[in-house]
Design a protein around this ligand. Structure first.
Ligand SMILES: CC(C)(COP(=O)(O)OP(=O)(O)OC[C@H]1O[C@@H](n2cnc3c(N)ncnc32)[C@H](O)[C@@H]1OP(=O)(O)O)[C@@H](O)C(=O)NCCC(=O)NCCS
Length: 188
């Protein structure tokens, strides 16, 4: 586990878990949330993993762990796709259906921002989320993202055209204690 909070932790993105990543990604809520319109094949996902695993200079990728049991359990992934020219990155997240609605998405988002700001030294992390995806928007707000606008009619939600809410986060907005700082400067 690289960093952890009370209920969630971030660990390595791992080839051992790629079949689980694929399974979570085919859930209808994830397909609709991401705007993906066809299911992926396991073979294609395994090949895609190899590409992702070679691209870690330009991507933060983590497995999200549920820390509420006796052992940490993998339940999802987060990523930040980095633009080194301007020190920014685009955030994405997905959790397994069974792990949603318990605060894990909020905490995993916050931990990913913590890593992006305090280890990767990004100046801004941004995202676009379909506006009807109210649970995702609420989790992002609680984790430190702010709404900065809305892109009109740029996606689909359950067969209907939908707007996308645009959000960003900067280090000055980072809420509360940093788990990274606590590891680096435990005495402070
Ligand atoms: C988006 C996602 C990561 C959020 O993670 P999560 O663990 O379920 O979220 P949390 O439990 O931390 O927080 C969800 C918040 O939304 C609220 N919420 C849930 N359903 C809601 C709804 N229909 N309307 C309004 N708020 C809602 C919850 O009550 C909670 O807020 P609260 O703590 O103030 O009560 C997760 O649901 C997911 O993986 N969804 C599918 C993939 C996806 O849509 N990814 C985003 C693509 S941009």
């Amino acid at each position: 586990m690289w960093i952890r909070g009370d209920g969630a932790g971030l660990g390595p993105f791992s080839g051992d878990l790629v079949d689980q990543y694929w399974q979570w990604e085919q859930d209808p809520a994830v397909l609709v949330g991401y705007g993906r319109q066809t299911p992926d094949s396991l073979d294609n996902r395994r090949e895609g993993y190899q590409h992702q695993a070679r691209g870690t200079d330009d991507q933060l990728r983590f497995t999200v762990y549920d820390m509420s049991g006796a052992e940490p359990a993998p339940v999802g992934t987060t990523a930040v796709l980095i633009d080194h020219h301007v020190r920014t990155g685009e955030f994405v997240i997905q959790l397994s259906a069974a792990s949603r609605g318990r605060g894990i998405g909020t905490e995993a988002t916050r931990l990913t921002l913590d890593y992006a700001f305090h280890i990767t030294n990004l100046r801004c992390v941004y995202l676009a989320v379909l506006s009807p995806n109210t649970a995702a928007i609420r989790a992002y707000e609680k984790a430190g993202f702010r709404t900065i606008g809305e892109r009109r009619q740029s996606g689909y939600w359950l067969g209907e055209p939908a707007n996308e809410t645009l959000m960003d986060a900067i280090p000055a907005d980072f809420p509360g204690t940093s788990a990274v700082r606590h590891i680096v400067e435990p005495a402070l």
